[in-house]
Design a protein around this ligand. Sequence first.
Ligand SMILES: Nc1nc2c(c(=O)[nH]1)N[C@H]1C(S)=C(S)[C@@H](COP(=O)(O)OP(=O)(O)OC[C@H]3O[C@@H](n4cnc5c(N)ncnc54)[C@H](O)[C@@H]3O)O[C@H]1N2
Ligand code: MOO
Length: 413
Amino acid sequence: MGGPEPELWTVDEHRARILEAIEPLTDFPQPLMEALGLSAAEDVIAEVALPSFDNSGMDGYAVRAEDVVTATEAAPVHLPVIGEIGAGQGGLMALAPGTAAKIMTGAPIPAGADSVVPYEWTDRGVAQVRIDRASTAGQHVRPAGQDVSVGDMLVSSGTVLGPRHIGLLASVGRATVRSRPRPRVVVISTGSELREPGTPLGRDSIYDGNSFLLAAAARRAGAIAYRVGIVPDEPRTFLDALEDQLVRADIVVTSGGVSQGDFDVVKEALRPLGTVWFGSVAMQPGKPQGFGFVGDDRTPIFTLPGNPVSSYVSFEQFVLPAIRKLMGRTPYVRPAVSARLTHAISSPDGREQMVRAEYDVDRGGASVTPVGGHGSHLIGDLASSNALVVVPADVTAVAAGEQVQVLRLDEEF
Ligand SMILES: Nc1nc2c(c(=O)[nH]1)N[C@H]1C(S)=C(S)[C@@H](COP(=O)(O)OP(=O)(O)OC[C@H]3O[C@@H](n4cnc5c(N)ncnc54)[C@H](O)[C@@H]3O)O[C@H]1N2
Ligand code: MOO
């Protein structure tokens, strides 16, 4: 991160250099259930056909269609029953002309048979069966390879594996699939004023909401989140906690201690390392930022501002895309959608503003309504929102009724 740096990075510039510095995690074979939600890192080609053998689609009798072609209720056909084949029972039985075999759904069609007469068209006879309706060749026979042929591409590299992919892979006998693992995200919140929820509060203390907010957001993004307890504003304690955590971190996210205060612990502790950039991004909220690398493995670290809304918006803009790149998921950045702004908003000049808002779609189309004030401590308003309106840095006012760009925070992408 050397070289001359601008005073103020734009959101896009800061994100671009983060993404440039982050490489996808190395893929490895994962048990299928572990691979749910991960990005496949191989093209999976079918090595078996599905179905893998001709089998019955109904409980009934396997017959030769030509033996029952004349069957009607008035003039049924009677055939001797030579045996019974259940699903999973060997398909060695062969059917001689003029005979039938009981067969269950999924059981292999015996050699010599080409049709299945469902029970409902028969008297369900055991030694001999009465067949009341004609059947045609291929009726209720599920042919080998009908669904999947050997050599078919089942899942291509980069596919995000969902339940249906997992089910298909299991169906062709795959126990594992190469995929990129979930990044391990260590979340550390700093501040001597912080207390753990569920414990008593002093008059000058507050509950640590951020580590929960960030860890939950990381988990929602697909990561494994480790929420570390509160670290007070002491650089040595912070560095010790950080060092302890690096062994299980693909990235580290901190909150607090990065602005201009007298106790800005994160800045004070990390600055001497020379591997973490601290500066400003032209964004509101979320102006003070830091990003760099720590430890022998050069683990990426994001030092987010402590105000809860700033922390969350910074996560959305910078950490989420990084998590997605680590996982091999695209697009890295949440796509914006267009919506009609219901109330006018103002915005500071020179900073891209992320306005908390509620997105809605009704018969009039997509609309978005600002929620609460601009204050970056207003976490109640944040929780009432489901979107951020993105106001470009050079725009200072947007009138009601105009179309704006919106990030829908709860949408999968
Ligand atoms: N003189 C200046 N002061 C501030 C500036 C500035 O440019 N000059 N920037 C402001 C902006 S913008 C932000 S954002 C904050 C960022 O400050 P820090 O990252 O150093 O965060 P803290 O000072 O530690 O905390 C800020 C605020 O957030 C509360 N907080 C912190 N951690 C948590 C947590 N885990 N859970 C809930 N709330 C938390 C903390 O109590 C403070 O109220 O700096 C401005 N100041
Ligand atoms: O960046 Mo601060 O987030 O404006 O409150």
